[in-house]
Each structure stands twice: as structure tokens, then as C-alpha cells.
Design a binder for this molecule. Structure first.
Ligand SMILES: Nc1ncnc2c1ncn2[C@@H]1O[C@H](COP(=O)(O)OP(=O)(O)OP(=O)(O)O)[C@@H](O)[C@H]1O
Ligand SMILES: [Mg+2]
Length: 265
């Protein structure tokens, strides 16, 4: 495993971002969360916080409880013990499967959550158009999901979640099913969104490279029941270009995360 410089290993608790330290209030705070489902211990003693302007990736072996962690964060699953505090109800959730409605065009899919929330029609149209533009789908706004590639469907899914301008964004391996080039493009789209909207992000991925590239912190979980093995600040500034991944500092940090994961298996 490669060594990393001191400033990358310092247990700062919170990664240095372009924001001054200590200015971002926590949007989400889990303290000592245990989850037992059907007699199976899924998460154990998990403490984790996400502040505004923080993008936190969660990486861990398959079945270690990552999706459960997102469900707990969203309030869809109650912890068996421990506490979950949310400073906002405005939470976006992006799943691995884009789950678009097949009979609705991209624009009408993107407007769906706003319609359900009762957003005023004119404002919703403007928000949806802007979200579609932001993810690079403007030319396809009137197409049906079946007329789109997998990557375009994921862009539409992202746009749909953007419409309500969430403060906290939860992502469950959104790019896991995509080819590498599409995944790289969408990493850049997502980073642009993160920069422009400065939401708090909790991002589950299987990819060490994606985790380090996108994040201000990377959280490594143990095999089930998921425990926190490390909470590592990623101090590269923003915006980040794809070729950051070929620098020695990036390789060192990715190597450290990969080493923690391998050691945990
Ligand atoms: N409702 C449930 N009842 C019993 N066990 C459950 C339930 N939901 C999840 N589990 C178990 O909890 C564990 C963690 O599941 P979870 O889906 O959170 O893992 P994950 O880390 O997201 O996995 P993957 O990487 O494969 O997506 C699994 O062993 C699963 O079988
Ligand atoms: Mg999962």
C-alpha cells in the first residue's frame, strides 16, 4: 500500500474543502447507529455526519449495509439503537436504477416530483428545464425513456432529483451499471452540480477511484455488520479534472482506501 502525505492522513474529521473550516452546519448526523433487520445485524455503532458543501462517499464490501445506511439517512429505515438527526426534510435520492416512468417524456419525468409536491406550474416548468439543461439533456426533453441510452436515463434521473433543490442528496451507486466513459462524464456532471448547488452529498459506490475523485471525505465500512473503518478527508481543491486521477497524490490516497478495503475482507 502506498504511503500518503501527512496532510492527507491527518484525522481532521472533516475534509478541507473550498469552504472555510467549521462554517458548514451538519445536515445529517448519525450517532452510534445499530440496525438489525430480521435478526441480522446490518450496521453496528455507526457515527457519521454530512455538512452542507460536503460530498461524502461510502465504500465497503457488498452486503455490508451501505444501502441500509442510505435508507436510515433518508428516514426510510429506523435505527435499532443510536440516533439520526436531519437538519432538513428536503432530501434527494438517486438510485442505481433510474426508475423513469416509461410513458412520460424526459421533461414530464423531471417534473414529476414537483407535481407531487404541488410546485406552482410555471415555476416547475422553469426548474425542470434548467435541471434538464444542467445535465446536458436539453435536446432530449421531449423523448421517452426508451429512446435514451443508459447514461442519458441516469442524467434524466439526476435532473428529476434536482428539481426540488435538495439540501441533502443521497446516491446509491448511481453509475454502477454504466460503462467507464459514461461514468466519467457523469462524474463531471455531478461534480459541476455539487459545485453549483453546494448540497450535502452521501454517495455509495463500489469504485475507489470514483469515491476519491468526487469526494471531500471517503468513509470506509467493514463487512457486515457495517462498522466505520475510516473517515478520510480528501483535500484536493475543486473543480477537479479527470487527469487528477493520474497524479501520484491521487494514487496514494486511492491506494490507502483500497488497502483498507482489502484488509477488511
Ligand atoms: N429487510 C431485511 N431483512 C433482513 N435482512 C436484510 C434486510 N434488508 C437488508 N438485509 C441484509 O442486510 C445486509 C446489508 O444489505 P444492504 O443492501 O444494506 O447492503 P449493501 O452494502 O448495500 O450491499 P450491495 O453492495 O450488494 O448493494 C445484507 O446482508 C442483507 O441481506
Ligand atoms: Mg446496496
Amino acid at each position: 500500500m502506498a504511503n500518503v502525505r501527512d496532510d492527507e492522513t491527518a484525522p481532521a474529521g472533516r475534509g478541507a474543502t473550498t469552504e472555510p473550516a467549521g462554517t458548514s452546519p451538519d445536515l445529517l448526523r448519525l450517532r452510534g447507529v445499530d440496525v438489525t433487520l430480521g435478526g441480522t445485524d446490518v450496521l453496528s455503532g455507526l457515527s457519521l455526519s454530512v455538512g452542507a458543501g460536503e460530498f461524502v462517499s461510502v465504500i465497503g464490501p457488498s452486503g455490508c449495509g451501505k444501502s441500509t445506511l442510505l435508507r436510515v439517512a433518508a428516514g426510510l429505515t429506523a435505527p435499532t439503537s443510536g440516533s439520526v438527526e436531519r437538519a432538513t426534510d428536503n432530501i434527494g435520492f438517486v438510485f442505481q436504477d433510474p426508475t423513469l416512468m416509461p410513458w412520460r417524456t424526459v421533461a414530464r419525468n423531471v417534473r414529476l416530483l414537483g407535481e407531487l409536491a404541488g410546485t406552482e406550474r410555471k415555476r416547475l416548468r422553469a426548474e425542470a428545464a434548467q435541471a434538464i439543461e444542467t445535465v446536458g439533456l436539453a435536446e432530449f426533453a421531449d423523448r421517452l425513456p426508451r429512446e435514451l441510452s443508459g447514461g442519458m436515463r441516469m442524467r434524466a434521473s439526476l435532473a428529476r432529483s434536482l428539481v426540488l433543490r435538495p439540501d441533502l442528496f443521497l446516491f446509491d451507486e448511481p453509475f454502477g451499471a454504466l460503462d467507464e466513459i459514461t461514468r466519467e462524464q457523469l462524474n463531471l456532471v455531478l461534480m459541476g452540480l455539487f459545485r453549483a448547488r453546494s448540497f450535502g452529498g452521501l454517495f455509495v459506490t463500489h469504485s475507489v477511484e470514483e469515491a476519491v475523485f468526487l469526494s471531500t471525505r471517503v468513509v470506509v465500512l467493514s463487512p457486515r455488520p457495517g462498522r466505520l473503518l475510516a473517515d478520510i478527508p480528501v483535500t484536493f481543491g475543486f473543480p477537479r479534472a479527470l487527469d487528477l486521477r493520474y497524479t501520484p497524490a491521487f494514487a496514494a490516497l486511492a491506494g490507502r482506501v483500497a488497502g483498507l478495503l482489502e484488509g477488511a475482507l
